[in-house]
Design a protein around this ligand. Structure first.
Ligand SMILES: Cc1cc2nc3c(=O)[nH]c(=O)nc-3n(C[C@H](O)[C@H](O)[C@H](O)COP(=O)(O)O)c2cc1C
Length: 186
């Protein structure tokens, strides 16, 4: 059974990105889904001084271990002022100080959603460009605009055009997950 890690890059307990990431991960057949809550990885605000004084918090390694123990990642980014949420950036900063690349070359479906019409496109572009430097293997990406109009849990993506675009990205991702699963069996 493939293991997919669903991450909503937000600390909101009502996070639409967490809801969306979990839904998307559940669309991959024959897979178990683990959801990661960023609130479980809250650490002091990164600073080089704190790192020199106290080292890297164990939670940073715990976050990385969750990734390493998964076969693939579904990551949906909340956008705050055109960029990552502070909660996600803080985890990235701490985890980037550990040995080895954080995202461990696992197939990643990288997404963003927001209640607004741009659907977090700014942060999505930023992450598409940067996360590969941290070992992300981005095989699919998708931005879902106007979340409350275009998604519901029972029907999924309700807008016809978005639904088609999403389906094509999801099948790319599913193929990549299957390739990993085949390699694991070899
Ligand atoms: C401080 C703050 C900044 C925000 N900045 C943006 C933004 O730049 N672009 C955007 O589309 N939405 C922005 N929003 C709205 C978020 O997209 C919205 O809160 C969304 O629900 C966040 O995702 P989440 O529910 O997964 O946390 C902002 C919200 C807050 C609280």
């Amino acid at each position: 059974m493939k293991k997919i890690l669903a991450i909503g890059a937000s600390s909101s307990t009502q996070s639409i990105n967490q809801q969306w990431a979990t839904y998307v991960a559940q669309q991959v057949k024959d897979a178990t889904v683990n959801t990661l809550d960023l609130n479980d990885y809250e650490m002091p605000l990164y600073s080089i001084d704190r790192e020199k004084e106290g080292g890297i918090p164990a939670l940073a390694q715990a976050f990385k271990t969750q990734i390493e123990e998964s076969d693939a990642i579904v990551l949906s980014l909340a956008e705050h002022n055109g960029t990552y949420t502070a909660a996600f950036k803080n985890v990235l900063d701490w985890a980037s100080r550990l040995e080895g690349k954080l995202w461990a070359n696992k197939p990643m479906f990288l997404m963003a959603t927001s209640p607004g019409g741009r659907g977090g496109k700014t942060v999505l572009e930023l992450a598409k460009n940067y996360l590969p430097f941290m070992g992300a293997n981005v095989v699919s990406s998708f931005s879902l605009p106007s979340f409350y109009n275009n998604f519901n849990q029972d029907e999924g993506v309700t807008d016809a055009i978005l639904r088609t675009q999403f389906a094509s990205q999801l099948s790319e991702f599913t193929r990549a997950v299957e390739r990993v699963a085949t390699q694991l069996q070899d």
